[in-house]
Every structure is written in structure tokens, then in C-alpha cells.
Design a protein around this ligand. Structure first.
Ligand SMILES: Cc1cc2nc3c(=O)[nH]c(=O)nc-3n(C[C@H](O)[C@H](O)[C@H](O)COP(=O)(O)OP(=O)(O)OC[C@H]3O[C@@H](n4cnc5c(N)ncnc54)[C@H](O)[C@@H]3O)c2cc1C
Length: 317
């Protein structure tokens, strides 16, 4: 079977969960080959990639690859596409992943699909488009299919691959070196999972009422091991930081479980969460549009419902 290149997302030498999902997906369609961009690959990282099915691990360990924003990663993948003729290239549908996918498509004269939430036989992708209002199936008709897949679209399953390592050297064009990274500031990482990667997200909206009241949302999130999200009404009010906004102009999440508390379900909010596998809405207005979308709904005051829910979850631990 032909190789499917999977661009590895990694932080501090650790492979991110979305990569394990992409390897699982790639395994169902061909032979997964992981592509590690930049220095710092560890024995643990290689073992993890092999554990989830990577038959090959292409390692481009040059410092240059991570020194210039995203362009070098697109050039690395383009050179691998030319050398290895893979059946497809999969990247995570993160902001960076999607930019790499677009650049790679131009470089290889190929079609690109972004925000896929599934990928099947013949590389037919399921996509949620127009702000999440329409689901379509799409297929690349030109070149090598390049598909950016949303985190949490597939459950990662281990199935050992050979994990054969191959060093790759890349010659970067001057164009790829146009935007140099001069400083990296590490974001303080809390105990909660990253919003776009979390399997469970608990979000609060205007109904939460104040910044202090967000502790109710955080309490439920922590008892479930979830990430916290917020509607734009809540972030614009300064109740929760903007980086946690879910929606059209915020983050797109696709968790197994999304709990929306005090959120009406405006189209712009839905755009960022409606591909969640199970949606639970807590709202005091039985007519709130979020209930049209929810799998389970609780009509009630979130200040009563959410603490009770947290208590029940804690009891079952
Ligand atoms: C261009 C554009 C981009 C946008 N991008 C985004 C985006 O990315 N993300 C986003 O979220 N929005 C976005 N918006 C804003 C969006 O249109 C809505 O205004 C916003 O989502 C509303 O947030 P909300 O549901 O928290 O507030 P509201 O619509 O005011 O809803 C609050 C809900 O809380 C309920 N409630 C109140 N008190 C309680 C209580 N005690 N217990 C239980 N329920 C209670 C109410 O019944 C109501 O349904 C965008 C808008 C535009 C124009």
C-alpha cells in the first residue's frame, strides 16, 4: 500500500494526541509515514509514533525548519511528496496545519481539503462547511490529496508499526526564510487539556453572569478532566480570556462531549462546536436555539444545575 505522510505535531519532544489520531486514520487508508519537522525527536517520541502505526519516520532535524514560521515545513513536505510519491498527506487542521496545507497544495499543484472531520475510502473527506451549517463529502481531483483533519475526528488506536527512521535533509529556498522567528514565549500551561484537543469541553456564555461565576464552569470542567470554553458574549464581557472563545471567530472544537451552559446557540457559536459528537445544553430558556442542536438538554438555571452535575460526577470517581 502507498505511503500516507502524516505531519507530526510536537511540543517539547512530545507527540500531540492529534498526530496519533491522524496515524490511526492513515492506517485505514494506506501505510502511515510520520514526518518529524525540526530538532528534538526523542526515543519516547519515536516509540509513540511506531506504537500508533508509523511504518516510517522521516526526520528532518535541522534547526532551520523551525526557525522561519511555517514555510519550511511546507517545503519539507513538498520535497517528500516529490521524492516518495505518497498517496496523500495528512496534517492537523490547526491554524498552522491549515496554512501548511495551503502552501503545500500550491507547491505540489494539488488539491487541498481543510477542516475534514472524517476521511474514507478513496480519500473522500467529510467536511462541515459554511459555518458548520452544511455537511459535504469532498474529494481532491488533482495531484496528491492534502487533507487537514480536525483534532478529535478519530479515536486514536494503537497498532504497532515498524517505525523505521530515515533522515531527511531539506534545502530551503530564500522565500521560505522570509519570516524569521526571533523569540518564543512559552504560554503558561494549566492543568487543563488544550481546548482544541480536549475530548470534553465545558463552555459558558452570557448566562454565567460574571467573571467570578466562571468558577462554576471551571469546577465542572475539572471534575470531568475537560477544557473550558466560552461564547463571544462571555469573552467580550471580559469574563474569560479571548483565547478560549469557541466559534466562527474563535476556536473550532470537535470533542466527544461539549457542554454548553448559558449559551443561546447563535450560528457563529455553532460554527465552532457543532461537529462535537455529543452536545449537552443547559439553559433556562426552553426556546433557546441551542436545544435544536443538543443531544441532551437541561432546562434550568445553570447556577443550580452545573454544581449538582459536578457533585454527581465527583461522587462517581
Ligand atoms: C461576525 C461575528 C462573529 C462572531 N463570532 C462568534 C464566535 O466565534 N463565538 C461566539 O460564541 N459568538 C460569536 N459571535 C456572537 C454571536 O452572534 C452571539 O452574540 C454570541 O454567541 C452569544 O453568546 P451567548 O450565547 O453566550 O449569549 P446570549 O445569546 O445572550 O445567550 C445567553 C443564554 O444564556 C441563557 N441564560 C441566561 N441566564 C441563565 C442561567 N442563569 N442559567 C441558564 N441559562 C441562562 C439565556 O437563556 C440565553 O439563551 C459572532 C458574531 C458576529 C456578528
Amino acid at each position: 500500500m502507498s505511503e500516507i505522510l502524516v505531519l507530526v505535531e510536537h511540543v517539547d519532544g512530545e507527540v500531540k494526541k492529534v498526530t496519533l489520531e491522524l496515524l490511526t486514520l492513515a492506517r485505514s487508508l494506506g501505510t502511515p509515514a510520520a514526518v518529524w519537522a525540526g530538532p528534538g525527536i526523542t526515543g519516547d517520541a519515536k516509540a509513540r509514533l511506531a506504537e500508533y502505526g508509523a511504518e516510517k519516520i522521516y526526520v528532518a532535524g535541522s534547526e532551520e525548519i523551525v526557525g522561519y514560521v511555517v514555510a519550511p515545513k511546507a517545503e519539507l513536505l513538498a520535497q517528500l511528496v516529490a521524492a516518495k510519491s505518497p498517496a496523500a498527506v495528512l496534517v492537523a487542521a490547526t491554524a498552522e496545519g491549515k496554512e501548511i496545507a495551503g502552501r503545500l497544495a500550491v507547491k505540489t499543484d494539488s488539491g487541498v481539503i481543510t477542516d475534514a472531520v472524517g476521511l474514507g475510502e478513496g480519500f473522500v473527506a467529510d467536511q462541515s462547511i459554511f459555518g458548520g451549517g452544511v455537511n459535504v463529502q469532498s474529494k481532491v481531483r488533482k495531484g496528491t490529496p492534502i487533507v487537514a483533519v480536525r483534532p478529535n475526528s478519530t479515536a486514536p488506536e494503537a497498532a504497532a508499526g515498524a517505525g523505521a527512521e530515515e533522515e531527511v535533509s531539506v534545502s530551503l529556498s530564500d522565500g521560505a526564510k522570509a519570516a524569521k522567528i526571533v523569540e518564543r514565549v512559552k504560554q503558561e500551561k494549566g492543568a487543563r487539556p488544550e481546548l482544541t484537543e480536549a475530548a470534553i469541553v465545558v463552555s459558558g456564555g452570557r448566562g454565567v453572569g460574571s467573571a467570578e461565576n466562571f468558577s462554576v464552569i471551571e469546577g465542572l470542567a475539572d471534575s470531568l478532566g475537560a477544557a473550558v470554553g466560552a461564547s463571544r458574549a462571555a469573552t467580550d464581557a471580559g469574563w474569560y480570556p479571548h483565547q478560549f472563545q469557541v466559534g466562527q471567530t474563535g476556536k473550532t472544537v470537535s470533542p466527544q462531549l461539549y457542554i454548553a451552559a448559558g449559551i443561546s446557540g447563535a450560528i457563529q457559536h455553532r460554527a465552532g462546536m457543532q461537529t462535537a459528537k455529543t452536545i449537552v445544553a443547559i439553559n433556562k430558556d426552553p426556546e433557546a436555539p441551542i436545544f435544536e442542536l443538543a443531544d441532551y438538554g437541561v432546562v434550568g438555571d445553570l447556577h443550580q444545575v452545573v454544581p449538582q452535575l459536578t457533585e454527581e460526577v465527583d461522587k462517581r470517581k
